[in-house]
Design a protein around this ligand. Structure first.
Ligand code: PHE
Length: 339
């Protein structure tokens, strides 16, 4: 009888410490065909009836205890496996799952345009838009650019095959579209993308962006133009970059000027970005040519105006210290993620 207790205790201990595989082994060692308890039960024949009863009773009791213990242990394993499986398959909605994805941001050109528009809004300008596919009239004729002008050359302009239409080479057609719709006084900026049939380098790209500005009223002078552009530059850059107004020529303004900013990269000593000039051209401007006013039926005797066209990429390059315009269009995330 002592032996039987010992067998049960030992078996219980082994069951308690076993894993799934060990449990199978323990079961067969005690209850299998040649298991310890099976052997004891088989050997009962050799005992007296008295002993047979006693030992048989105890052995069967031990067998029942061990069977139920093994069954319990098995159930425990099953439950643990199920929990493990459920945890694996459970969708994880914790914040860690979401935040590795970045929120994204505006492209630096879009961001620069928005900032520029904001600055012009603060100076009293309203916003208008025009189409990227234009006609010869809006892009050239109405702007006092005659039939044989070199700007109309196919080398500069992308014409749409077999049509009169073209990709606008500047945002100046926006001036005509605004004046056709509105009567003076007006003060508008027209942001947009423009196209030129030219090779790209560190400071040129065949696609770029401009913001056109136009003010028409009685007695608008060159001084108003200089004041507004100087104010814009100071608001936008939050410091006073060194600028110069340089006499220039545009068919649609008279007199005309270009505004240059001292090259930020070489501080004026000359580098590849400024093409060794020490200055970077940022915008063209001037007093609206009387022929342009006439083309939209404004009376040039009564009204005058100023106009300007600013290169957005040039401004973004200066603002962020970027020395190659092509970086804006290569979509390299390492570059774009900095903005
Ligand atoms: N349209 C001119 C350009 O693209 C810029 C400009 C606009 C000049 C308005 C004068 C007035 O170069």
């Amino acid at each position: 009888m002592d032996n039987m207790n010992q067998i049960v205790n030992e078996a219980m201990k082994r069951i308690k410490n076993s894993d799934i595989e060990m449990l199978k082994i323990v079961k067969s060692e005690y209850l299998g065909k040649n298991g310890i308890l099976t052997k004891i039960l088989k050997s009962l024949l050799h005992y007296s009836i008295e002993d047979r009863k006693k030992i048989g009773f105890e052995a069967n009791k031990a067998k029942t205890i061990l069977e139920s213990e093994i069954e319990k242990r098995k159930e425990g394993f099953k439950k643990a496996l199920l929990v493990q499986k459920m945890q694996k398959e459970k969708l994880n909605f914790s914040p860690i799952f979401y935040f590795p994805f970045s929120k994204g941001s505006f492209h630096p050109i879009v961001q620069t345009m928005q900032d520029m528009i904001l600055a012009f809004k603060s100076l009293g300008f309203s916003i208008a838009e025009g189409p990227e596919i234009e006609t010869d009239w809006y892009n050239f004729e109405a702007l006092n650019i005659p039939e044989n002008h070199p700007a109309k050359d196919v080398q500069d302009t992308f014409y749409l095959d077999g049509t009169e239409r073209l990709l606008r080479t500047h945002t100046s057609p926006g001036q005509i579209r605004v004046m056709e719709k509105l009567k003076p006084p007006l003060k508008v900026v027209v942001p947009g993308r423009v196209y030129r049939n030219e090779a790209s380098d560190a400071s040129h790209s065949s696609t770029f962006h401009q913001i056109e500005g136009l003010r028409v009223d009685k007695n608008v002078t060159l001084l108003d133009l200089k004041i507004i552009l100087t104010k814009f530059i100071h608001i936008f850059f939050c410091y006073e970059p060194c600028i110069r107004f340089r006499p220039s020529h545009f068919q649609f303004t008279e007199p005309s000027a270009e505004v240059d900013v001292k090259c930020l990269f070489c501080k004026g000593s000359g580098c590849r970005v400024c093409k060794n000039l020490g200055w970077i051209e940022m915008l063209g401007c001037g007093i609206v040519h009387p022929n342009v006013l006439k083309s939209v039926n404004y009376d040039p005797e009564l009204y005058s105006g100023y106009a300007f066209g600013i290169g957005v990429e040039r401004i973004a390059m200066l603002k962020y210290g970027i020395d190659d315009i092509r970086l804006f269009y290569e979509n390299d995330l390492r570059f774009l993620k900095q903005f």
